[in-house]
Design a protein around this ligand. Sequence first.
Ligand SMILES: *[C@@H]1O[C@H](CO)[C@@H](O)[C@H](O)[C@H]1NC(C)=O
Ligand SMILES: *[C@@H]1O[C@H](CO)[C@@H](O)[C@H](O)[C@H]1NC(C)=O
Ligand SMILES: *[C@@H]1O[C@H](CO)[C@@H](O)[C@H](O)[C@H]1NC(C)=O
Length: 282
Amino acid sequence: MSASVRLSCGLIGFVDSTETDRTQSFAVAPIFIAMSWFLFFLSTIFVCCRANVCPCERPELCQQIREERDFEVFVFDVGGKTWKSYNWSMVTTVATFGKYDAELMCHAHSKGARVVLKGDVPLSDIVDQDNRTAWITEKVSQAKSQFMDGINIDIEQAVEEDSPEYHALTALVKESTETFHREIPGSQVSFDVAWSLKCIDKRCYDYITIAESCDLLFVMSYDEQSQIMGDCIAMANAPLHQTLAGLLCRCFIINQEKKAIFNTTKFLSFFLCFQLMTNLLK
Ligand SMILES: *[C@@H]1O[C@H](CO)[C@@H](O)[C@H](O)[C@H]1NC(C)=O
Ligand SMILES: *[C@@H]1O[C@H](CO)[C@@H](O)[C@H](O)[C@H]1NC(C)=O
Ligand SMILES: *[C@@H]1O[C@H](CO)[C@@H](O)[C@H](O)[C@H]1NC(C)=O
């Protein structure tokens, strides 16, 4: 794929360099007008193929990751080159919250890890169905042109239960998942949630339907002191027992109501993993 792309781009480069000579005799013969349209047509191809040239050393590194995982090590990358120090034998997904870095994408793919977009939008803008579809279409085409493997939807906005925004958010996650899965086979759509289901920071979302329609929920247990009602006293951001309670409640409720993301085997391995962590920390 990349060879043919490079070939046609090389050709356009050559055609473009003759363009200055041509403009001098522009009015002389109609053939030049036809030619200029031809050049315009070719430069359109140039623009379109240039955006999709694989930046990796080997073209196969631009192929999206399709492998399904039972256990994810999910990284939020905020830019710079710190990714060079990640332990890549553990990382399975990198959500890029910084500037897009093609080198990071190539490297992640060489290690079998996914690289996903960050997705955030004011909910009031996507209550409208056309706006919602437009947002999703734009994200999918961005992911495709950057050879990425999905999207991490990080909407941390306050939402009233049963409001237009509440339903729009649920629909956004569902439609994003459907579109990404259809357009980029094997892609991953994840959604970031607070540590507890109980309307943390007024994020009263339809968690069960959201969990059911996306590939995975990322529980932001690193951020548990956001609701400070009493004295502002320094406390742990992720106290172990509160974290565990939040996670288990979430798994249990989602599992009970819709048998969604956690089947019993997964639930149990999750529990054992946390028990192990508790023991290690003793
Ligand atoms: C990276 O992770 C692997 C797997 O857990 C581990 O065996 C290895 O020691 C780690 N490497 C470093 C440099 O920490
Ligand atoms: C559609 O989205 C734009 C921003 O992208 C916003 O300004 C506009 O109000 C939205 N339209 C509707 C009908 O929600
Ligand atoms: C439950 O999850 C385990 C581990 O991922 C998997 O092997 C098993 O097939 C799943 N069971 C069902 C009923 O989906």
